[in-house]
Design a protein around this ligand. Structure first.
Ligand code: DON
Length: 585
């Protein structure tokens, strides 16, 4: 795994943007220089670096997984083969969010025009009920939806990855699972941050003997080899038998046993009955760009398109990046989209979502007219909501492109860091705690401060609402940008801002990804921002407009790929906020 060669000097035009005249020339010139400088600096392969390559690119939150993707493509596989191999590799090397026991959304856009949005979101077990996380008085049992087997939905990732491979891949299953198997079997040497991460989780892992056996048997140090034999065996069963090697037989038996031991609800019938859903991607547009993103059961795609539709009505480039006017407008668009999320969104198999209306340009026009350019609209005036609490979580996104122009955008999650912290004994993988993404009680905020409505109440077999927003942007029918992020409720607004940084502010990919971000989610009525998102004067202006500002150390963690058509070059960037890598070939 090394640094990909920089295959050419960049002496071509900058990414196109919507601007004209002298300003456009100046920005183009600046962009060319920045692209070149950033590309030159990339040989260090540090997170945040801009990496370029002629044939394809794999970007993820883990360097080993990116290397797996690049290797698969170098050996002739397409972007889907690579993405599937990366998904399984992340389950081995990125335990905070990579998974067999969680869920995923996969957006695929093949060069021949075929496309899919694979919904491999977890489902509520058949025995789940709307009140399962409430006590006899109706109060929320705080940890019940967050920790242990009872917090887990029926896992979807394995079926989703295998379905993507069967429909769009070109290599066989054993071949794409081989790198993950190797990593689990032979182990890998922990990097410093990985050893520190595992040690930091020790108190939580200690609640579950099965987890401690896998992740806490001995102290983790930089350079120590980390092997996962049970996980290797579970992967081998998938390689051999496909989905049956996970949802039936030995692995299923381990999962059900863990449920019995820990008061969980998932049964053999739940596992055997699980199926991902291959949906049509949600299409949106922003000026001359076309967008493919995730439809429900995610709220992300609808929210993203809604916000873009509002913003498209304004001269964002003219307003400038990071100015109070832009930040105010973003906050107001976000506030309105998140209010609608609360009211309308849930699993489309259970609730009627007025999707067409929500993503229509007309509706965005209505919302836009309610925005006061000088004053924050109090969230309570947009729609009634409830109190909120804040927590943390972990999810991961990866983006892949190949030499044929096929593109894959995957966001996958266990929900919280390491999900419910409980390893399935004998099978070596962590279970999700995705049940907490349901409305545990109307009006009560979840760990991301999101309040839920009845549309997202727990029902047997239902998919819990998500914010994950894997997205692909097309320009002239060809892939231009592949991106997504973790960050719970901030995922959609993170994707939005990186998009705007590229399409409106003509930033090269690395700057677009690293630029400071803000977030508003209607409730709580706060404008969150990273430390450098605004200077003092801008903060004072926004406060005077009625925004309640709250600083957060980091918002989102993007892994993105950009195609610069004029130079026929793929660029990759893994967010400086994490430890990932972009690897080209
Ligand atoms: O699906 C969702 O929206 C959440 N389960 C995602 C969790 C997450 O992003 C945590 N990450 N930092």
């Amino acid at each position: 795994m090394g640094t990909p060669p920089f295959e050419e000097a960049l002496n071509t035009r900058a990414p196109a943007r919507r601007a004209s005249g002298r300003r456009r020339c100046a920005v183009l010139a600046r962009t060319v220089v920045l692209l070149f400088l950033a590309a030159s600096a990339a040989s260090a392969q540090k997170p945040g670096a801009l990496v370029s390559a002629r044939r394809g690119m794999a970007v993820s939150a883990c360097e080993r997984a990116s290397a797996v993707g690049a290797r698969i493509m170098r050996e002739g596989g397409n972007a889907v083969d690579a993405a599937v191999a990366m998904g399984f590799a992340l389950a081995v090397t990125y335990p905070s969010a990579g998974n067999l026991g969680g869920g995923a959304y996969i957006i695929i856009r093949m060069a021949d025009g075929r496309e899919a949005a694979i919904d491999a979101r977890e489902t509520a077990p058949a025995a789940a009920t709307a009140t399962m996380y409430l006590d006899a008085t109706g109060a929320v049992l705080r940890n019940a939806s967050l920790r242990g087997p009872r917090a887990a939905g029926v896992p979807g990732s394995v079926d989703g990855l295998l379905t993507a491979l069967a429909r769009f891949g070109s290599l066989d299953r054993a071949r794409v699972l081989a790198p993950a198997l190797e990593l689990a079997d032979a182990g890998y040497r922990l990097k410093k941050h990985e050893a520190m991460f595992l040690e930091s989780q020790r108190p939580a892992f200690a609640e579950f003997p099965s987890t401690l056996r896998v992740y806490g048997a001995s102290p983790h140090r930089e350079g120590s080899r980390f092997r996962q034999p049970d996980l290797a065996a579970a992967l081998r069963r998938i390689a051999r038998e496909g989905r049956d090697g996970f949802y039936l037989g030995e692995t299923a038996e381990y999962i059900v046993r863990q449920m019995r031991e820990g008061g969980g609800l998932i049964t053999h019938a739940d596992l055997a009955g699980y199926s991902c859903i291959v949906r049509k991607p949600l299409h949106g547009s922003y000026r001359d760009r076309e967008l493919l993103t995730m439809p429900p059961s995610s709220a992300g795609g609808i929210g993203l398109v809604q916000m873009l539709n509002i913003l498209e009505r304004h001269d964002i480039a003219g307003m400038g990046a990071g100015t109070p006017a832009t930040l105010h407008l973003l906050a107001e668009a976000m506030r309105r989209a998140y209010a609608d999320r609360w009211k309308y969104l849930g699993d489309p198999a259970y609730v009627d979502i007025p999707q067409e209306r929500l993503v229509s340009k007309d509706y965005a026009g209505n919302l836009d007219t309610s925005i006061d350019a000088a004053r924050a609209t109090p969230s309570a005036a947009v729609r009634p909501g409830g109190p909120a609490r804040e927590g943390g979580g972990q999810t991961t996104h990866y983006s892949v492109a190949d030499r044929w122009g096929n593109a894959v955008s995957v966001t996958t999650t266990l929900n919280s860091i390491c999900g419910g912290k409980c390893v399935v004994d004998g099978a070596g993988f962590l279970l999700n705690n995705e049940m907490d993404d349901f409305t545990i009680k109307p009006g009560e905020a979840n760990q991301f401060g999101l309040v839920g409505s009845d549309a997202n109440r727990i029902e047997a077999g239902k998919r819990m609402l998500s914010s994950m927003t894997p997205t692909i942007v097309l320009r002239g029918g060809a892939v231009e940008l592949i991106l997504g992020s973790p960050g719970g409720s901030t995922i959609t607004t993170t994707v939005l801002q990186v998009l705007l940084n590229i399409l409106e502010f003509a930033m090269p990919l690395d700057r677009a990804v690293s630029a400071p971000r803000m977030h508003h989610q209607w409730m709580p009525d706060s404008l969150y921002h990273e430390p450098r998102a605004m200077d003092r004067a801008a903060a004072a202006t926004l406060a005077a407009m009625g925004h309640v500002l709250k600083e957060r150390p980091a918002i989102g963690r993007v892994d993105a790929v950009y195609y610069h058509a004029a130079s026929a070059t793929w660029f990759g960037c893994s967010d400086r906020r994490g430890h990932g890598a972009a690897i080209g070939y």
